[in-house]
Design a protein around this ligand. Structure first.
Ligand code: SF4
Ligand code: SF4
Length: 212
């Protein structure tokens, strides 16, 4: 099909010719490149450079201990009940510790492949035994490695203790002062209805329920 000649046909051709002579497209590209030489970089060269994550970041879960090394978790199963993905499995038991009967978690497993990192389990825990860290580099070619058992969760808790504590503070579950070193509540040990005082026992944080 033939196109009808336009009145400005010749000037259009001249402009196109001029663009080709002065390499206009290349100049436009160079201009863009030059402009970006003065723009702040947003790309990080991961893994050599890493993003600074906020304390609220929901990374790998961990279990925490008291200052005296005692496990915080009392195997109450509240985290398991709160989990929308049903990826937590807690098995608890009562153990006789001298005159004191204690409840502990004998096993604690989290299937990280199912976890959606909602943080509900951390919120549900009455003793802040769970925390979230900024750890996110645990990809593996064997998904069985992503079942975090109790030793693994405590290992992460030891290694990333400050991050887990910062998470609890950032989510208003603990205070950032001296009391942050302690639990918001530590279940007292009872013998015949009487609270047993042990050296490890610490005063609960201000504003938390006290033992009768
Ligand atoms: S972060 Fe959410 S999905 Fe993951 S274990 Fe906790 S409650 Fe379940
Ligand atoms: S982590 Fe907390 S909520 Fe879960 S079983 Fe232990 S004490 Fe209960």
């Amino acid at each position: 099909m033939n196109h009808a000649p336009t009145a400005s046909g010749e000037s259009v051709k001249f402009t196109e010719l001029l663009d080709k002579i002065i390499f206009k497209e290349i100049l436009k590209g160079l201009k863009l490149t030059f402009t970006h030489m003065f723009v702040r970089e947003v790309t990080l060269q991961y893994p050599h450079q890493k993003l600074a994550l906020p304390d609220t970041h929901r990374g790998a879960l961990c279990l925490l201990k008291y200052e005296d090394g005692a496990e915080r978790c009392v195997g109450c199963d509240l985290c398991e009940a709160a989990c929308p993905s049903h990826c937590i499995k807690v098995v608890s038991a009562e153990v006789q510790d001298g005159q004191v009967l204690r409840r502990i978690a004998t096993s604690f497993d989290i299937d990280i492949t199912k976890c959606v990192f909602c943080g509900f389990c951390v919120e549900a825990c009455p003793v802040n035994a769970l925390g979230m860290t900024k750890l996110y580099e645990y990809s593996t070619d064997n998904k069985r490695n992503l079942i975090f058992d109790k030793p693994k969760l405590y290992e992460i808790g030891e290694k990333y203790h400050s991050e887990a504590k910062a998470y609890l503070v950032a989510h208003n579950q603990e205070k950032a002062d001296e009391t942050a070193r302690e639990y918001r509540y530590k279940f007292p040990a009872y013998v015949n209805g009487e609270a047993v005082k042990t050296e490890a026992k610490k005063e609960p944080a201000a504003g938390t329920p006290k033992a009768e």
